[in-house]
Design a protein around this ligand. Structure first.
Ligand SMILES: NC(=O)C[C@H](N)C(=O)O
Length: 478
């Protein structure tokens, strides 16, 4: 592409400076520039408008008469092309520096964008030494490489796309519950219960705290307390008053694992629904939630999603479309065991009735079901926590519990009808009982791992690539 100064007469008066904020502000108010984001500028129909845009330089291409910059401010994957006179002093204008630019939006001769910014004034707000900057122009860095720079990886295309998708998926999940009459509850992060009973708890204690008692265990001001593993029990309290409640926040599991599917801190979407008597009702909410959030992400972040589907997970877009189109499968745990046993695959772990389904089993089952998500229901009673409802009428001793397995990830959601019958529970757990004494109703709920959801729709493999700051065993960078 070539542009001439004739096409952009404003350039003769273009300024480039490292002037004080005050004189720059005076300049902006004199020409009454409206502050806009790059995404607004790119979608603008209006040309000739005076605008002011702040962001980071993604590339600098000096040519004979003009200087071309790509500017990004995090609002879109596509950068805005900025054209400035090459007579400017461009010494500090490097890849990675922060700039504040005023100019006019003009129609672009390029097919790749509608408009470009013809700069009249460029101020370098923060310099960047590109030699020391860990990301280089035009180089495609691996996800593993950028993971080493948690403080800078949001400046890469892939990770900024991921974070926009994550933000939109969050908004879509909130809208889904709000539109369906759920009340959002901020369940506590510090709690006294181990909801899952798996003992994977982080205990909480003030730093430098000296225990007054003889008890050597850490204490939260003399009572034992933990970081939450699930907001379920607090939500159950709320479903007993609001009928339908949800929470969406961080949960913590002290799993000493470096696996690509586990984090010590992850976000979970949890819902609890009163007056629910069947797993079908619960499964419908999970399926509707998955589809509503995914449709929203595909339409609101089309370019960002395409980046992943095209470059990191070819074929995943078709799979996502299939997941949206088809009804999710439902099989019982007993059927799942039959499928595993009759397959020719050699599994590492047991496939006897009563075994816990492992990742290898989950992946096989999803494939077996045509790469469409599959609900596995009615697990052996012994495999599920105390709160899962006893299926007393079934031949095998099972609980009314459900896991949703999805392509590329395995288990995405886990839920169950809750045991609301006081006499059955009384043999199992004292704390839970009072809830059942006062207006107990049949109810159920589920939790969905938010990072696993993102892995599934984007076709990514490592959970550390879909959370802003990953925490896992032996790692708490930044
Ligand atoms: N709210 C839920 O049902 C989630 C379940 N407690 C879990 O942690 O998997």
């Amino acid at each position: 592409m070539s542009l001439t100064l004739q096409r952009i007469p404003a350039f003769s008066s273009a300024l480039f400076c490292r002037c004080s904020s005050k004189s720059f502000q005076r300049h902006c108010s004199r020409i009454s520039s409206k502050k806009v984001r790059v995404s607004d500028a790119l979608s603008s129909e209006e040309t000739g408008a005076n605008v002011r845009i702040q962001g980071w330089v993604r590339s600098v291409r000096p040519q004979k008469d003009n200087l071309f910059l790509h500017l990004n401010d995090g609002s879109s994957l596509q950068p805005l092309q900025v054209v400035a006179s090459s007579h400017l002093n461009t010494r500090d204008l490097t890849f990675g520096c922060a700039v504040d630019i005023t100019g006019t939006l003009e129609k672009s001769p390029s097919k790749r964008q509608n408009v470009e910014l013809h700069a009249q004034h460029i101020k370098v707000v923060g310099e960047c030494n590109p030699v020391d900057f860990p990301f280089k122009i035009k180089e495609r860095h691996s996800l593993e490489y950028v993971r080493q720079f948690p403080h800078l990886r949001c400046r890469t295309n892939a990770f900024s796309s991921l974070l926009r998708i994550r933000s939109e998926a969050t908004a879509a999940i909130q809208s889904f519950f709000r539109d369906n009459g759920y009340v959002q509850i901020h369940t506590p992060v510090i709690t006294s219960n181990d909801c899952e009973g798996a003992g994977e708890l982080f205990q909480v204690e003030p730093a430098g705290h000296k225990n007054d008692s003889d008890d050597p265990n850490p204490h939260f001001f003399s009572v034992p307390a933990y970081l939450t593993v699930s907001g379920q029990l607090h939500l159950e309290v709320m479903a007993g008053a609001f009928s339908a409640a949800y929470t969406f926040g961080p949960t913590f599991r002290a799993e000493n694992s470096q696996s690509r599917r586990h984090l010590a801190e992850f976000y979970m979407v949890e819902a609890e629904i009163a007056f629910t008597e069947s797993l079908e009702d619960l499964m419908k909410v999970m399926e509707d939630l998955f589809k509503a959030a995914t449709e929203h992400v595909l339409s609101s972040c089309a370019e960002d999603v395409e980046l992943f589907h095209k470059y990191t997970a070819p074929g995943r877009r078709d799979q996502v479309d299939l997941m949206l189109k088809r009804k999710f499968n439902v099989i019982s745990y007993t059927e799942a065991i039959d499928i595993l046993k009759s397959s020719s695959q050699n599994f590492t772990f047991s496939t006897e009735w009563g075994c816990d389904l492992q990742t290898e089993h989950e992946k096989f089952l999803v494939k077996h079901c045509g790469n469409v998500p599959v609900f596995v229901i009615n697990y052996p009673y012994e495999l599920k926590p105390f709160y899962a409802r006893d299926n007393q009428d079934q031949p095998n001793h099972t609980a009314a519990a459900v896991d949703l397995l999805v392509p590329g990830v395995g288990e995405l959601c886990g839920g169950s009808l809750r045991e609301e019958r006081l006499e059955l529970l009384s043999q199992r757990l004292a704390q839970y009982l009072q809830l059942r004494e006062f207006g107990s109703v049949p109810h159920g709920g589920f939790g969905m791992g938010f990072e696993r959801y993102l892995l599934c729709i984007l076709g990514l493999h490592n959970i550390k690539d879909v959370i802003p700051f990953a925490r896992f065993s032996h790692s708490c960078l930044l």
